[in-house]
Design a binder for this molecule. Structure first.
Ligand SMILES: [Zn+2]
Ligand SMILES: [Zn+2]
Length: 343
């Protein structure tokens, strides 16, 4: 029971944490939370440790580095080694279909291809040479993206929907976000690869979770474990229930049950992120626009005390033109098409 309670608690904590982070991102609470957390942190830990932590965080999240790519490949390698080492062998003994068992490997190959493409493809870097081209792609809404905006770092005119990435130090066309896992920005030209990468990663985690669950269930059924009885602390004979079975399996196959727990949590987290990414793709929004959405007001509209009472204009999504058109924009990005025509 202890293991189940701990695992459920861990899972609930992760899911609630993810949901809270989404709510905080959409409201103004995140900055306050981070500031409050940093203040508490500064009282508890010594200064040298704080400086070292800040340097580490700066290196990890504010510079381009391969740490998360290595971590990603290491985790993927460990999960697949465990799957090959234990589950595959047992499943073959239990006469599982080979197509079914090889599906995670097929997904891995496709996933690694799209992972590499997401890492190495130019997301749509804006330069002096292509600036005018990008300026024609999207309409300016004059709220979030004013027509005469200029990037103060690159000194380039800002095309609508673009943003300067402080990690990569460049302006990116249709900027979505900077992803540390692929060590690259996600923009107009690699959003399609990133979506497919996310889809195959979620599918491989879910497939592995299903194969492992089916293997454990078949094992229980074949050995008639569920029909057995056990003697409890009071000396009474009890029929084995689900909780007892899970504990028994954990003690007998700890690595396999741990792997199942890991891929289950991963499937939930990745599934949630994938649904969010698909929602953004279907409604033609970028993560950057979604985060800024409620806070974007027309900068030229009068605000504050003494200003005339004119209703300020808030951000409105003017780029959505129906589901298929929105998806076509992701998978066949317009600027890439223009760029090809120019060559
Ligand atoms: Zn810039
Ligand atoms: Zn970037």
């Amino acid at each position: 029971m202890d293991f189940l309670v701990l695992f459920s608690f861990y899972l609930a904590l992760l899911l609630i944490g993810g949901a809270l982070l989404c709510i905080c991102l959409k409201t103004r609470y995140l900055k306050g939370l981070v500031r409050g957390g940093a203040q508490i942190f500064s009282y508890i830990v010594p200064e040298w440790f704080q400086r070292a932590m800040l340097r580490l965080l700066h290196y990890l999240f504010h510079t381009r580095n391969h740490t998360f790519i290595i971590l990603h490949l290491l985790l993927q390698g460990m999960v697949y080694t465990e799957y090959t080492w234990e589950i595959l062998g047992y499943c073959q003994e239990l006469d599982f279909s080979l197509c079914y068992l090889l599906l995670p490997y097929l997904l891995l190959v496709v996933n690694l291809i799209f992972f590499t493409l997401s890492c190495v493809t130019d997301p749509g870097t804006i330069t002096k040479a292509n600036e005018s081209l990008f300026l024609q792609v999207y309409e300016f809404d004059e709220v979030m993206f004013p027509k005469n905006g200029r990037c103060s770092t690159c000194d380039l005119r800002k095309p609508a929907r673009s943003k300067h990435c402080s990690v990569c130090n460049r302006c990116v066309h249709r900027f979505d976000h900077h992803c540390v896992w692929v060590n690259n920005c996600i923009g107009a030209w690699n959003a399609r690869y990133f979506l497919t990468y996310l889809l195959t990663l979620t599918a491989s985690a879910a497939t592995m979770a299903i194969v492992t669950t089916v293997f454990l269930v078949r094992l229980v059924v074949l050995s008639d474990l569920h029909l057995e009885t056990y003697v409890d602390d009071l000396g009474q004979s009890q029929v084995i229930d689900t909780v007892f079975l899970i504990q028994y399996l954990f003690l007998t196959f700890p690595r396999i049950v741990f792997l199942l727990g890991f891929v289950l949590v991963l499937s939930f987290l990745l599934g949630g992120f994938l649904c969010f990414a698909l929602y953004l793709a279907a409604t033609n929004q970028t993560t950057n626009e979604w985060c800024r959405g409620d806070r974007a007001w027309c900068q030229h509209c009068p605000q504050g005390a003494g200003a005339p009472s004119v209703e300020p204009r808030v951000h409105r999504n003017i780029h959505s033109h129906g589901l298929w058109s929105n998806l076509r924009e992701i998978f066949l990005p317009a600027a890439a098409h223009y760029e090809r025509k120019k060559k």
